[in-house]
Design a protein around this ligand. Sequence first.
Ligand SMILES: Cc1ncc(COP(=O)(O)O)c(C=O)c1O
Length: 387
Amino acid sequence: MIYFDNSATTKMSPAALTTYEEVVKSIWGNPSSLHRLGDRAHQLLEAARKQCADLLGVKPYELFFTSGGTESDNWAIKGTALAKREFGRHIITSSVEHAAVGNAVRSLEDLGYRITVLPVDKRGQVNPADLKHALDSDTILVSIMGVNNEIGAIQPIPEIGEILDNYPGVHFHVDNVQALGKGIWNQVYCPRVDLMSFSAHKFHAPRGIGLLYKKAGRSLRPLHDGGGQEKGLRSGTENLPAIAAMAKAMRLYLTDEPAKAAKQQAIKQRIVEYLQDKPGVTIFSPVAHDFAPHILCFSLAGIRGETLVHTLEAQDIFASTTSACSSRSGEESGTLHAMHVDDDLATSAIRLSFDEHNTLEEADQFISVFDKIYRHFAKVNHLGQEN
Ligand SMILES: Cc1ncc(COP(=O)(O)O)c(C=O)c1O
């Protein structure tokens, strides 16, 4: 089996699974309980928070455990809107955000907030000058992702941060769900960032757990009211086994990060080199400094993305149409649409997404399988050139 769908989810690491099981079995007290079973759970909770904070280079009290990227995005956006509603009602985002951001912002529009959606260029990137233009005295939040989940475009986060230095009251949220551990941290983080979303199942930890980074001093209203866990900001008994497994997985994931990222880039490069001159093929994720190493989105005109995904699956190769969460709904890619890619090409797109366990041999196997599909396609479509 070749698993090239790591941006949808990753396989849980054996070490994270062991941690998960051990905590389920032996540290089952509630971290809020006053007795020693609670103490033990609480200590583990805080140790996990500290480990994640150290790895991310932030303070433990700036990290909050959530149920994943979707909750972190919703909290960053709606929590800011509620906390800052006396100061303004204007939110700026981009046209290529994940639905967790796009739909959260849209729901605020219904509540009277004003939304500016920044366009992207042909490579799926926002222009910082457009942001500069859109900012006004009513702006309370800018939410721009670090790495686009469909094509891997890296957004100009440090440049945006620089612009926002002149707007100190504006919250800057970055959805970094796809950006961790890919050797591009200085491109997706800068000190001006106030809020960041992470999702553990993208780095070999369980699904349903994640993190929100909130810079100390920034105000955010809770969306989950209740018993006051997470310093009163995110109520609900903490999912300790998943949290401990996430901390373990994150440490392993970020070990040897440059070498792992280079390996993924090499896989991407090998496949891009094969694809790039093929008539009918369009590559949306170039091998470039401003594209993540682990995502490769391309179209073979005339074959629907879902058909290609199932054809590859029949050969035990697992890929996605552009975004796993929208693929079942059959919607075309929001990112390609925002890039003004023709509908036909957008519905033909598929996404390969790699992790550190993929190999160049797998890339070669993919090429050999795809080549057969392509030759058949070229013959049927009289594309002529094929060698
Ligand atoms: C960029 C981005 N943001 C948010 C999410 C949602 O994360 P989760 O699945 O943990 O809710 C995803 C998931 O694919 C994503 O790619």
